[in-house]
Design a protein around this ligand. Structure first.
Ligand code: DGL
Length: 246
């Protein structure tokens, strides 16, 4: 019976947990929001590795058989270290550059992510594989994580903040935007309202869910154990509880 730990710097990873539970609905999940230390986007890799270690120990002590690092920034900074130090499987976030590159009609794709993700070798390698075929333009979603953590998911202020980072990508001609941070899908309704209907947004969460399914199967971890979701947080639990019900 599987217990799956899922963690993020805050509530963003719930956008991944939601997709996981669609295809693995009978498992036991423990979600950890590290909101006392959020955002991770501008923090050093060493800091994020230390947080990843502490959260992994906590999740394993509560029975986790596998862990989903439901945070692009923490995947970039810490997943290699966590895999080397802990004896359970880890599944991380992949920036969805490949499906975007295959789907673009304008030949330009946009990537929205944190500074840490865009600087990480994982993203840079992925980018390197596709930049001969398509033009890739990037922008940090400045202020997006703060909007989600403060539950400001709509309204004039949210639209202004979202537009400031989205507009430069659309101005470059991007017709597909990769959501490279797990908080950003919560702002998708605002993005869709602001962008033209021809623009597509890609969330890698469904692919991550399928990868977890495969990893559990390969590791011989049987299904079941739930259905249950336990929500933990290093800071106040309000946002986590609220977003979980959306
Ligand atoms: N949700 C996270 C990510 O996917 C972290 C954002 C942050 O804490 O800056 O990158």
């Amino acid at each position: 019976m599987a217990t799956v730990g899922v963690f993020d710097s805050g509530s963003g990873g719930l956008s991944v947990l939601r997709e996981i539970r669609k295809i693995l609905p009978r498992e036991r999940y423990i979600y950890y929001s590290d909101n006392a230390h959020c955002p991770y986007g501008e923090k050093s890799p060493e800091y994020i590795i230390d947080r990843g270690r502490a959260i992994t120990r906590e999740l394993i002590s509560r029975g986790a058989d596998a862990i989903v690092v439901a945070c692009n920034t923490a995947t970039a900074a810490a997943i290699a270290t966590l895999r080397a130090e802990f004896p359970i499987p880890f599944v991380g976030m992949e920036p969805a550059v490949k499906p975007a590159a295959l789907g673009t009609r304008t030949g330009v794709i946009g990537v929205l992510a944190t500074a840490g993700t865009l600087k990480g070798s994982k993203y840079l390698n992925t980018r390197g594989r596709f930049e001969d075929a398509v033009r890739i333009v990037e922008h940090v979603g400045a202020g997006y994580v703060e909007l989600v953590e403060s539950l400001e998911l709509e309204g004039p202020h949210a639209e202004k903040v979202v537009w400031a980072s989205l507009q430069p990508l659309l101005d470059e001609g991007a017709d597909i935007i990769v959501l490279g941070c797990t908080h950003y899908p919560f702002l998708l309704p605002v993005m869709q309202k602001l962008a033209s209907p021809e623009v597509t947004f890609i969330d890698p969460a469904p692919a991550v869910a399928r990868r977890l399914q495969e990893v559990l199967r390969q590791a011989g971890i049987p299904g079941g154990g739930g259905p249950s979701v336990e929500l933990l947080s290093s800071g106040p639990p309000d946002t986590l509880k609220k977003l979980f019900t959306l």
